[in-house]
Design a protein around this ligand. Sequence first.
Ligand code: C5P
Length: 401
Amino acid sequence: MPLAGKRILLVISGGIAAYKSLDLIRRLRERGAEVRPVMTAGAREFVTPLAVGALSAGHVYTDLFSREDEQDVGHIRLARDCDLVVVAPATADLMAKMAHGLADDLASTVLLATDRPVLLAPAMNPKMWAHPATRRNVETLRRDGLSFVGPNAGEMAEGGEAGLGRMAEPLEIVAAAEGLLDGGQRPLAGRRAIVTSGPTHEPIDPVRYIANRSSGRQGHAIAAALARLGADVTLVSGPVALPDPPGVRVVRVERAEEMLRAVLAALPADIAVMVAAVADWHVAAPGAEKIKKQPGKGPPPLMLAENPDILKTVGHHEQRPKVVVGFAAETQDVEKNGRVKLEKKGADLIVANDVSPQTGIMGGTRNSVKLITAAGVEEWPDLSKDDVARRLADWIAGRLT
Ligand code: C5P
């Protein structure tokens, strides 16, 4: 129960997602946390201080210049007298102010004055999230050491528009908060990690593609586990049907070429864990139009061309991360093939598993792996993919300290 007895300062800024913050307060309190809410003027247009106060069972702080509030705790104490500051929703405007150190209301002043960890749950229209100004501000805030959870992809509350910008769900925010408060066990704080996950889609024409059965579960779990240990994680993911792991920067790609570009763009890093099931080949000349059936001519030939090997590129890169981990999904000679890969790809560790259909590993929730390093082979028992991720993150932390 990492939240039990913890004091959380919850800053609610003005977005429609503020309605989810009411549920967030309940979820945090259910886990034993004490929640002190600060609301911006914008937030008060969406939810009332009365509702927020009723759920948090305490005073709601709204005004920088309120004599009553200042006498109660004062904004500096409010900023420091907590274990964690959570900003949910974090609007584009509030993040812009934070990135520039502005402090013209209680929320922004508290955020400038705090020396506690800060977790942001952004929520905004997808175009606002994608805007170069927001990208710059997010990057600045990350560099300043602030953590993020979400935003997620999906329908906007106001309807009609979909994309990246939905606030993370209350339970995801809770999980990210727990991760940040987890006994201070953050051996990867200050380390950068790149994780690839999921399959790649290699287009045949505008409507068809070559893919594989990878679900992304293992890669996503590893990204989340590294983030929990404090790493600044970039997850480069092929198309998957999974929510973004909390506290992780997600770059979505389709093709192997795009995945390689995104991975190289994320260098330099201390850790690279290449989990994606990257297609070995792409269609050499994908059709610009949908390929039509040609009666009497039989199926069209598909010429394939080799994809770049992302792991091998990273393993031999001049900015090679200190720890490079690859996966080897095999259906035969798991150990032998793993050893060959270790050498060929320039990895420090190959996590080898048998993905024969009867194992149910590919697309499933469990995994049994062998760890192959220059020093030898270690076999782990059958574990959930989350447990494999946790143990692997610990293993990586051990290599770096
Ligand atoms: O060679 P093979 O595909 O079996 O190697 C698996 C490992 O290499 C995995 O870690 C996978 O993510 C990585 N890989 C890659 N780029 C490729 C093929 C595999 O990064 N084109």
